[in-house]
Design a protein around this ligand. Structure first.
Ligand SMILES: Cc1cc2nc3c(=O)[nH]c(=O)nc-3n(C[C@H](O)[C@H](O)[C@H](O)COP(=O)(O)O)c2cc1C
Length: 179
């Protein structure tokens, strides 16, 4: 797919076709796209926990997602929990934050990587939903995610059963200032 088409046609999908598998190779391609993203001093602190078995996907849905998102990702065969290693991106060798954003930079890097991930999914004919409403500590326990990682989002991956329109975007004048 052409880049601009991927960017414009990616949507957050809240309806998935039931009973459709997503091959591990496709998830690996998405993860490689995520890895190609820039990061602070190439620190590469993004981490991914990929639930592909029915049992694990169900456990995450049932125990770590609020009802709203449990419904939104129903039928999606893969859930990817995204996290980043704390106190590295945006920190110096002594472990001091380089500026006021602190671990905001780790979150920034993860966001860049995750955008690559969801765009690559679209390119491969898959749909995604990034979910920020989730129980982080529940995910930590369930997936044994170490304490030095901040758990950020859960990304559902599957084949969409709807074709939503792009939600309205602001005008350029509202988001950008030219000097
Ligand atoms: C950080 C982040 C958290 C989000 N959390 C949720 C969520 O918990 N549940 C949900 O249904 N959508 C969630 N979304 C999806 C947004 O609502 C969606 O991206 C936005 O409405 C724009 O729609 P689009 O992705 O189709 O362009 C989230 C998106 C982002 C980037």
């Amino acid at each position: 797919m052409e880049l601009n088409q991927v960017i414009m046609e990616r949507r957050s999908l809240r309806a998935y076709k039931e009973g459709q598998k997503v091959e591990k190779e496709l998830i690996e391609e998405m993860l490689r796209a995520a890895q190609a993203a820039p990061s602070w001093k190439n620190s590469q602190t993004a981490r991914y926990y990929v639930a592909m078995s029915e049992e694990m996907v169900e456990s995450i849905r049932e125990t770590c997602l609020p009802e709203f998102n449990r419904n939104n990702c129903a039928g999606a065969p893969v859930l990817i929990v995204t996290a980043f290693v704390k106190s590295r991106s945006g920190f110096d060798r002594e472990g001091n934050a380089v500026n006021e954003l602190g671990d905001g930079w780790g979150c920034y890097d993860l966001g860049l990587a995750n955008e690559n991930l969801v765009l690559k999914a679209k390119d491969l004919g898959l749909d995604t939903l990034i979910m920020g409403l989730r129980d982080g500590e529940g995910l930590r326990k369930l997936l044994h995610i170490p304490e030095n990682q901040e758990i950020v989002s859960v990304i559902a991956v599957g084949r969409g059963a709807a074709e939503p329109e792009m939600p309205k975007r602001r005008e350029l004048e509202q988001i950008a200032v030219f000097y």
